[in-house]
Design a protein. Structure first.
Length: 435
């Protein structure tokens, strides 16, 4: 048993026993009350699931095992001379609730290198798709094509004891995360570069090798990938992609099937696809004025015109947050350090100055601040990464870290199939009339 797996098993069994005792003593205590508007409003804010790897506070933002993004940028191991955290370190933290050492992160990087090989049949399947198939569709199909390698599925068919579900889930998680950058890079090079693929560089860490296989050798871009894949990794369990992985995984579908389902949720315009929508909207603004050098008044005018046309401002607002998204702020800090005088980045910064006041003035928006999607596209464009309908694939590679780590915990803690109770509108009316 490898060192991370052994540590995860020990910690998960300790927590499982603790939860069992807590439920025996306090299981009937109420956590929350559910309103009719919540039932009709997408279950917004209902406290009804357990997600160990991260939590989201409306004011403080995301915390991974209690650590904020600024803390992670300081504490997680980095490459020699680097300033951004290695995503491997965040995965370790989410899985076993410990900040890893550099040696432990190096071990994990090497372990993922060993597990990264993809069967040629997966690439052949992707090559049968029209080249203009959306990259997120290709990504889901590629993940599904990897599913025959699922250790969980094979061992379940062989009669695996339910106490061993965590073990098979861990192995699937490690294998799948290891392969995702190669799969995603293959889709990118196939779609935009006439299948001129780039072999992996075994000397690089997980994120830097992904950047290399995409075709970006710029040192700063590799730093960006480390940051990007860290800050997008998890956002508690209630968001659509995380909840989808949790739901599908609760049926004992393996990590491949569960992640593919979550990726399909991430592909929705109201979720991960928003990063694509933001940069498209900014490019439309640039085309509208015929210039990349826009004044504050021009940007404010375009924002108001967008709202007047019945559209939303992409990249602004969040279901939970009531302050600027810390993930946005981390990208803003990166841009201030690495990027000077970029017109598109400057537009993003001006939007930060004008959009919140305009949205607040409508009286309809609880959170007028930017979310993570508002900044990422502008930085990618700066480095020449202009294929914005691919951006959500980057998001998906990162999000796999959190949702699959959490999936391991769900199996280790023996969580049951998720099955909430639904109501009809007739039942709601009857409830109202009685009360």
């Amino acid at each position: 048993m490898d060192q991370l797996k052994e540590k995860f098993f020990k910690k998960s069994q300790e927590l499982r026993l603790e939860i069992k005792g807590m439920l025996a003593e306090h299981g009937n205590e109420k956590l929350d009350e559910v309103s009719i508007s919540q039932a009709y409003g997408g279950m917004r804010g209902i406290k009804c699931m357990i997600w160990e790897t991260s939590s989201l506070d409306p004011v403080e933002g995301i915390r991974f095992r209690g650590y904020s993004i600024p803390q992670l940028r300081e504490l997680l191991p980095k490459v020699p001379g680097g300033k951004e955290p290695l995503p491997e370190g965040l995965f370790w933290l989410m899985l076993v609730d410990e900040i890893p050492t550099k040696a432990e992160v190096d071990w994990l990087s090497d372990e993922w290198r060993k597990r990264a090989t993809i069967d040629p049949s997966v690439y052949k399947l992707l090559d049968t798709l029209p080249v203009d198939t959306h990259p997120m569709t290709q990504f889901t199909i590629g993940i599904m094509a990897l599913q025959p390698d699922s250790i969980f599925a094979k061992r379940y068919d062989e009669g695996m004891n339910k106490r061993d579900y965590w073990d098979a889930s861990y192995e699937d998680t490690m294998n799948l995360i290891a392969k995702l950058p190669r799969l995603a890079a293959y889709i990118y090079r196939r779609t935009y570069y006439n299948s001129q693929h780039i072999a992996p560089d075994e000397s690089l860490d997980w994120a830097a090798n992904f950047a290399h296989m995409l075709g970006y050798e710029n040192k700063d871009f590799k730093s960006l990938m480390r940051l990007y894949l860290t800050i997008h990794a998890d956002h508690e369990g209630g968001n659509a992609s995380a909840h989808t992985v949790h739901l599908v995984g609760s049926t004992l579908s393996d990590a491949y099937l569960s992640l593919a389902a979550g990726i399909n949720a991430l592909a929705g315009p109201l979720h991960g696809l928003a990063n694509q929508e933001v940069i498209k909207w900014i490019f439309n603004m640039v085309d509208h004025f015929g210039s990349t050098k826009l004044s504050k008044d021009q940007i404010a005018m375009y924002v108001q015109e967008t709202l007047d046309s019945g559209q939303v401002i992409p990249g602004y607002g969040h279901a939970v947050l009531r302050q600027p998204d810390p993930r946005y702020m981390a990208q803003r800090e990166f841009a201030k350090e690495y990027i000077k005088n970029d017109d598109i980045v400057n537009i993003v910064w001006t939007l930060f100055d004008v959009v919140p006041d305009i949205l607040a003035a409508t009286g309809k928006v609880k959170n007028p601040w930017p979310n993570v999607d508002a900044h990422s596209g502008s930085i990618l464009v700066h480095y020449g990464f202009k294929e914005y309908n691919y951006y959500t694939v980057l998001f998906g590679v990162s999000r796999a870290l959190g949702v699959l780590a959490s999936n391991c915990w769900s199996r280790a803690l023996g969580f049951p199939i998720e099955r909430p109770k639904s109501l009809t509108t007739v039942a709601i009316k009857e409830f109202i009339s009685k009360n």
